[in-house]
Design a protein around this ligand. Sequence first.
Ligand SMILES: NC(=O)c1ccc[n+]([C@@H]2O[C@H](COP(=O)([O-])OP(=O)(O)OC[C@H]3O[C@@H](n4cnc5c(N)ncnc54)[C@H](OP(=O)(O)O)[C@@H]3O)[C@@H](O)[C@H]2O)c1
Length: 239
Amino acid sequence: MSLPGSVVVTGGSRGIGRAFVVEAAARGYDVFFTHRGRAADAAETVAAAGPRARAVEADLLDRAALDGLVATVLAHGPVHLLVNNAGTMAHGTLGELTDEGWRRSFNVHVTAPVLLAGGFADSLRATRGAILNVSSTGGVVGSVHGAAYGASKAAILGLTKSLARELAPDVRVNTIAPGPVGTDMYADLPEDERRAIEAETPLRRVAEPREIAQAGLDLCHWTYATGQTLVVDGGRVLT
Ligand SMILES: NC(=O)c1ccc[n+]([C@@H]2O[C@H](COP(=O)([O-])OP(=O)(O)OC[C@H]3O[C@@H](n4cnc5c(N)ncnc54)[C@H](OP(=O)(O)O)[C@@H]3O)[C@@H](O)[C@H]2O)c1
């Protein structure tokens, strides 16, 4: 494996995705990251990461946009790493669940990563590259945010194992499952829920996005690991 080279990060306009972009650029990767028209956020990511980072506008719910993303990236050369980071939160009990929320969760967390893996598979095989999927501890032990988030994040673990088998021996496929991380997604939770999370976490704090990006990229570089889920959660699922 001849990393670094080029990496594609979905949802790189903010949060953990931005941290992946910054960390990958610092490690010498050329980075293509997606945003959904949030030009100011995308510009902030580029400013933080430097000239190795390029923004590509793409809504992962739009198949044509996914095809366009693959074509744009491959036009610049081969891909070494795909980080399926983009995520969407659909809070709600069974009674509150909507068709739209359910479909959006699975389309962003499962369908788009499958389609992107397919689009980049030949290039990743050629570079002996890697795929990193971003799940959540909610996908490992069940989610307090509801079935749509929890089930779609759990599906990522099965997807990772299946792709690890299918794309072996050339491409390694792994998952990182963060616990709570200090991003917009976390800030959107009610304050009492956030205080409880911090008190219940053995390390007594949520992760910084940078800590997840560093662990995720390290996992991509572990040359004998594939099909694995790395939980990075300050010890939460031990409690
Ligand atoms: N924060 C946490 O506590 C936590 C914990 C465990 C796992 N995670 C996972 O980590 C990943 C990143 O989370 P985050 O906290 O950084 O979230 P965030 O701050 O809410 O950012 C979400 C990112 O996903 C992108 N996105 C959402 N829907 C999309 C779509 N349809 N098409 C394209 N991009 C889309 C957003 O793009 P725009 O900027 O264009 O909206 C944004 O870049 C997610 O998969 C999340 O489930 C987060």
